[in-house]
Design a protein around this ligand. Sequence first.
Ligand SMILES: Cc1cc2nc3c(=O)[nH]c(=O)nc-3n(C[C@H](O)[C@H](O)[C@H](O)COP(=O)(O)OP(=O)(O)OC[C@H]3O[C@@H](n4cnc5c(N)ncnc54)[C@H](O)[C@@H]3O)c2cc1C
Ligand SMILES: COc1ccc2c(c1)CN(c1nc(C(=O)N(C)c3cc(Cl)c(F)cc3C(=O)O)c(Cl)s1)C2
Length: 461
Amino acid sequence: MERKVGVNNVKIAVVGGGLVGALNACFFAKRGFQVELYESREDIRRATVVKGRSINLALSHRGREALKAVGMEDKIVSKGIPMHARMIHSPSGKRSPIPYGKKGQYILSVDRANLNKELLSAAETYPSAKMNFEHKLVDWNLESGSMTFLRNDGSTKVTTCDLTVGCDGAFSAVRKHFMRQSRFNYSQTYIPHGYMELTIPPKHGDFAMEPNFLHIWPRNTFMMIALPNLDMTFTCTLFMPFEDFEKITTGDEVLEFFQRYFPDSIPLFGEEALKQDYFRLPAQAMVSVKCSPYHIGTACVLMGDAAHAVVPFYGQGMNAGFEDCIVFDELLDQYNCDFSICLPEFTRLRVPDDHAIADLAMYNYIEMRAHVNSKWFLFRKHLDMILHYMMPNTIIPLYTMVTFTRTRYHEIVKRWQWQNKVINRGLFLCGVSSVLGGTYLLIKHPPCTPSIKLDQLWNWA
Ligand SMILES: Cc1cc2nc3c(=O)[nH]c(=O)nc-3n(C[C@H](O)[C@H](O)[C@H](O)COP(=O)(O)OP(=O)(O)OC[C@H]3O[C@@H](n4cnc5c(N)ncnc54)[C@H](O)[C@@H]3O)c2cc1C
Ligand SMILES: COc1ccc2c(c1)CN(c1nc(C(=O)N(C)c3cc(Cl)c(F)cc3C(=O)O)c(Cl)s1)C2
């Protein structure tokens, strides 16, 4: 265990015991801080069902690097299912695999609840870390640093700390107190689409589809994806405008809809099971939140969805939140745990990157919704691969940089804009050269004049 001189009497309050809060508790406790984690829900290690969250998630490089830094990568990866490629399902039921990249380039389907439990248990192994469940932050006083938590029995607990780390998600209570600060920027966007999770059960005791793939049914305004689970089920996420969800009110309408857009999936769900699953929970909303700065003085810093909730169309929300944790930890190393430097530096570094991934995810949502069906998806991904193969150091697919590197998100956007310019110029030059070439050939070798005139052709016929 690392122990820096002088940090073990510094008290950190982590608000929110979700994925990012639990990981942050590991980072701070590992460094020797006194850590108090406060989570409004009950301890999910004792809960039976965690409702309303995406059941599984795609873990990629950024998230793995953060887990590695606290010694949790192997444990989490061992319970993840590698997805080496996408499997594109066309309306006709044709399936086309598209690899994510080279052999070692894969993403992992991980179970959200298990990941959260493992991180909470890992945090608890540090003697300087204490978990407080069923403690909901209801007030925070910036000047005194005191926080008020409401407990399930109606009592309250007031406490103070040296640093509050707001990891309380997209609807953060900590961030609400930032809203009172002058020059605090905030924006949120709900997209018209909702998402619903459906389950494909095992078939004859095995996965009903190829397990090591991220299955995708791209249908422009509708889309369904499926990620595998260790129990040989698939968790499917159906994305659709709320107004379309609302049009489907009966079991028969469910079947009619799936028959029309995702026919190959019906035998995998089972007709009756699909009808029940569809009405189990209502479609959930998706919100994109941007704000800045992420800190107030040396008293408070936001991380994860509390700082930047992103739409899931890049599978990066958790990965970006986990990267927040490792970036802050790297700053603590670089500036010897001096919060007066680390907090503003965290804002300076992470705001442009987290805003960039929020924009990329929203861009991908708009692109997928607008004109990505299975043919277009296949074409674009194959074009990416061909251009990357031809110019490996010049053209790198956007998703490769996002998913398999820790290249800063805002640098990826700049490079992507440059690459698009190169590709468009290249396509333009190809176009111009083919026109010039064609014209040259026409001049050099004029086509022979037809033996008969067009009007003779009609008479002749
Ligand atoms: C459909 C969908 C699919 C997704 N897929 C992926 C994916 O494939 N890959 C990926 O990287 N990301 C994905 N994400 C994003 C990912 O789920 C989030 O980015 C991640 O959960 C953020 O973690 P967090 O800890 O910041 O917030 P949360 O997970 O929301 O945790 C916040 C915690 O704070 C607690 N809390 C809230 N208010 C208070 C309070 N006042 N006091 C105390 N505690 C409080 C909550 O109970 C919760 O436990 C997806 C999201 C959705 C919606
Ligand atoms: C649990 O709920 C969810 C919901 C959405 C996602 C995930 C899990 C995981 N997601 C990933 N997206 C990428 C990606 O980079 N892109 C561009 C893609 C974007 C979309 Cl929308 C898509 F359908 C495929 C790809 C693809 O390339 O396979 C990965 Cl790489 S992983 C999206």
